[in-house]
Design a protein around this ligand. Structure first.
Ligand SMILES: Cc1cc2nc3c(=O)[nH]c(=O)nc-3n(C[C@H](O)[C@H](O)[C@H](O)COP(=O)(O)O)c2cc1C
Length: 177
């Protein structure tokens, strides 16, 4: 056993929640005692040795609820090893390196967070699920989502490998992180 770990996530359409559950299962296989919860059910980090946080990006930023949660947990996160994985581009045809810059920029703003690993992955997109405001955005001819069909290009193999790397990094003694 390598300690008690929380995978905390935010999601708008559910795809990040599915991956958070899968990452939680993988970390369990690597010896952690894992809870997977939406951030609204994670108001205290007492009892957790480490935290993995996940969020999709919308309009260049992590979901507000996720950012607010990170900031509200600042002292607890500074005291524990943490990791972050995020979802951005809606299809594998998009430039993942370009959207990864959105995560890099956010981590510069949250410089106190110091995750042991941080990675952006391709997400999932289904225009049939969109809320009114998001659907309106996709109607704009200039929107990158204009006319885009459903995609689920989540790279489960890369996500699993990242979870394994993260397990190792979280187990490393603090001085080696
Ligand atoms: C209206 C809208 C705006 C989006 N904006 C961005 C963005 O700025 N950057 C990005 O990398 N991905 C963007 N995405 C893609 C989502 O982050 C991606 O589809 C993600 O997997 C959705 O996660 P969820 O199902 O957990 O809400 C956007 C998607 C939608 C529908």
């Amino acid at each position: 056993m390598n300690g008690k770990l929380l995978v905390a996530y935010v999601t708008r359409y559910g795809s990040t929640a599915e991956v958070a559950e899968a990452v939680g299962a993988r970390l369990r296989e690597r010896g952690f005692d894992v809870d997977v919860k939406p951030v609204k059910q994670a108001s205290s980090l007492d009892g957790y040795d480490a935290v993995v946080f996940s969020t999709p990006f919308y309009l260049g930023a992590m979901l507000k609820e996720g950012r607010a949660w990170l900031e509200s947990q600042r002292a607890a996160l500074e005291a524990r090893p943490n990791a972050i994985f995020a979802f951005g581009p809606t299809s594998a045809a998009d430039d993942l390196a370009e959207t990864a810059k959105q995560l890099d920029k956010t981590l510069v703003e949250l410089s106190w967070l110091r995750p042991v690993t941080a990675r952006m992955f391709v997400g999932a997109y289904d225009p049939a699920k969109l809320r009114f405001a998001d659907r309106l955005l996709t109607k704009l001819p200039a929107s990158p989502l204009h006319g885009l069909g459903a995609h689920d290009d989540r790279d489960w193999r890369a996500i699993g490998e990242w979870a394994d790397e993260t397990a190792e990094a979280l187990k490393a003694p603090a001085a080696a992180r």
